[in-house]
Design a protein around this ligand. Structure first.
Ligand SMILES: *[C@@H]1O[C@H](CO)[C@@H](O)[C@H](O)[C@H]1NC(C)=O
Ligand SMILES: *[C@@H]1O[C@H](CO)[C@@H](O)[C@H](O)[C@H]1NC(C)=O
Ligand SMILES: *[C@@H]1O[C@H](CO)[C@@H](O)[C@H](O)[C@H]1NC(C)=O
Ligand SMILES: *[C@@H]1O[C@H](CO)[C@@H](O)[C@H](O)[C@H]1NC(C)=O
Ligand SMILES: *[C@@H]1O[C@H](CO)[C@@H](O)[C@H](O)[C@H]1NC(C)=O
Ligand SMILES: *[C@@H]1O[C@H](CO)[C@@H](O)[C@H](O)[C@H]1NC(C)=O
Length: 466
């Protein structure tokens, strides 16, 4: 048994060396890298764990040449982590890409979360599980600024081919075991070399089929913004998408996606795009009473390491008390937008002209309460969802705690149902508000890495954008 294993290892090594010489392309073009702004508290055990994690991942990729995805298994000290190679890479290229990613991610020093995304692979670790994350605000489309080699007259045909191909991949990929598809499509009326477009889509294997669909829907929208650019990628926590007018995978790696397209691909498109656009117009929920959350968790400091996917790693802004005071005209009645159980909300105009909503809370004087408050603000300021109001920052002065939010032009839903503007919403708007509210809640409850229970959903806490 032992001897066999050894032999196997030797064979692999030679093979690696051979392919390394012949046609290696681990595709280590760096697309995205981020280090958490929080450092670990104990560096020595962190590095021990990080090393154990990477060795475990490497062992899995090495021992099973068919695998392109791994999370740590059977390792006492492993951190939540994943590596995923694009399926069209050879086993050797996958390992080479992983090796490059490890050395890249180690440059994050003792950050308690980090990710590196190359064309060929994706590596990420965090301090708590992130395996079900799909779309995160750090997700983005990356346009290469080349234009297609098609003459202008054909850019429409090129764009149309790309869009069709992306829709096909959106439909097929979540249905394919392993969540990977590589495909190509002819450009109708294309000339010269640019007569075919190529694309791959891939979801992280630990997300659900629905999660994969959701992620690719957003990724496609992001990538399509690059059209008629010849090359684009879209990266996100749960998926990856790339299209190009030149091949970047071997022809024999093309997936036959036809059996997975089901009943018609192009009719699906309007539904998918409609869903995204409709959601943007929807309602916005304020986490007005997340103070509950603060109070509930006061005795249990949360693990706030895993903010990585959620942000461009920006912390909340610490506003100066005097700035907020002058922005709200000394918290004047005239600027008051509303009153809540935990404090009043004022409209404020910052020095830079930006309009914000300032919530004034009084929740006690102890330094402990303040420290908890600040750490929770950090957490909540990383809740980014299009149906969730953004917390921009905070300020503490004496017993007063101030929270600064985005300002919503149309105030809250109660005014439209019971107040002055009663009866002015049409059914489409009502439906959008319901869906937006549900999406925001689903995010808090299930998609954010810490489960947040709102506990005070009411019309006054549902804010409407313009
Ligand atoms: C984290 O550690 C790095 C290197 O040790 C240091 O440069 C950086 O300032 C630290 N960041 C924080 C927020 O403490
Ligand atoms: C972890 O691995 C790196 C690189 O191989 C090495 O420099 C470092 O000493 C290791 N740290 C620990 C704690 O094992
Ligand atoms: C890591 O950082 C060092 C020094 O800042 C730099 O020389 C090296 O190229 C970096 N490694 C990677 C893989 O970027
Ligand atoms: C691509 O972008 C670079 C840097 O932004 C710019 O210098 C270059 O001119 C651009 N190329 C084209 C073809 O637009
Ligand atoms: C087509 O590709 C070939 C080889 O890559 C190149 O030499 C030729 O110039 C290309 N033709 C056009 C019209 O781009
Ligand atoms: C795919 O084609 C390459 C040459 O382009 C060849 O080396 C490889 O063995 C082929 N793979 C399969 C699975 O047929």
């Amino acid at each position: 048994m032992n001897r066999n294993r050894k032999k196997h290892g030797v064979i692999l090594l030679i093979w690696w060396w051979l392919t390394g010489v012949v046609l290696a392309d681990p595709q280590i073009n760096l697309l995205n890298k981020a280090c958490s702004q929080y450092n670990v508290s104990s560096e020595s055990s962190f590095y021990t764990n990080l090393n154990a994690t990477f060795s475990n991942l490497r062992a899995q990729l090495t021992n099973n040449p068919n695998t392109r995805f791994a999370t740590p298994q059977d390792s006492a000290h492993a951190l939540p982590a994943l590596v995923q190679c694009r399926d069209y890479l050879s086993s050797a290229d996958c390992l080479a890409c992983f090796t490059a990613a490890v050395s890249q991610i180690r440059n994050c020093s003792a950050a308690n979360g980090a990710r590196v995304i190359y064309d060929g692979c994706f590596l990420r670790y965090e301090s708590s599980s992130f395996y079900d994350q799909t779309t995160q605000p750090g997700g983005e489309g990356l346009c290469a600024n080349q234009t297609t080699s098609q003459p202008t007259a054909f850019t429409d045909a090129f764009s149309a081919a790309v869009k069709e191909l992306l829709v096909d991949l959106q439909v097929a990929t979540p249905r394919i075991n392993g969540f990977f598809a590589a495909s190509k499509k002819e450009v109708v009326g294309g000339v010269g070399n640019a007569t075919v477009v190529y694309a791959v889509a891939q979801c992280v294997e630990t997300v659900s089929e629905i999660g994969c669909q959701d992620c690719l829907t957003v990724a496609s929208t992001n990538a399509e913004r690059c059209l008629p650019g010849a090359v684009a990628r879209a990266v996100d926590a749960g998926c990856f998408l790339r299209y190009s007018d030149t091949p970047f995978f071997a022809d024999n790696q093309t997936t036959n996606i036809l059996p997975f397209l089901g009943n018609g691909s192009s009719s699906n498109k309007t539904a998918i795009v409609g869903g995204v656009v409709g959601g943007v117009v929807g309602a916005i929920i304020i986490i007005a009473l997340f103070v509950w959350f603060i109070i509930l968790r006061r005795s249990k400091p949360v693990n706030r390491g895993d903010i990585l996917g959620a942000t461009k790693l920006r912390g909340p802004i610490n506003y100066k008390y005097k700035d907020l005071k002058s922005a709200t005209k000394n918290f004047s009645e005239e600027n008051k937008l509303g009153e809540g159980g935990f404090g009043d909300v004022y409209k404020g105009t910052l020095k830079n002209g930006k309009i914000v909503a300032v919530k004034k809370l009084a929740i006690g004087q102890s330094s402990r309460a303040k420290a908890d408050f600040e750490s929770e603000v950090k957490l909540i300021s990383n809740v980014h969802h299009r149906n969730m109001i953004r917390l921009l920052g905070c300020c503490t002065k004496g017993p007063e705690l101030l929270l600064v939010y985005e300002y919503m032009a149309n105030s809250s839903l109660d005014r439209f149902l019971f107040g002055k503007r009663r009866g002015s919403l049409n059914w489409k708007q009502r439906n959008d508000i319901i869906m937006g509210t549900a999406r925001g809640l689903a995010y808090l409850h299930e998609e954010f890495h810490v489960c947040i229970i709102h506990r005070d959903i009411k019309t006054g806490n549902i804010l409407l954008d313009d």
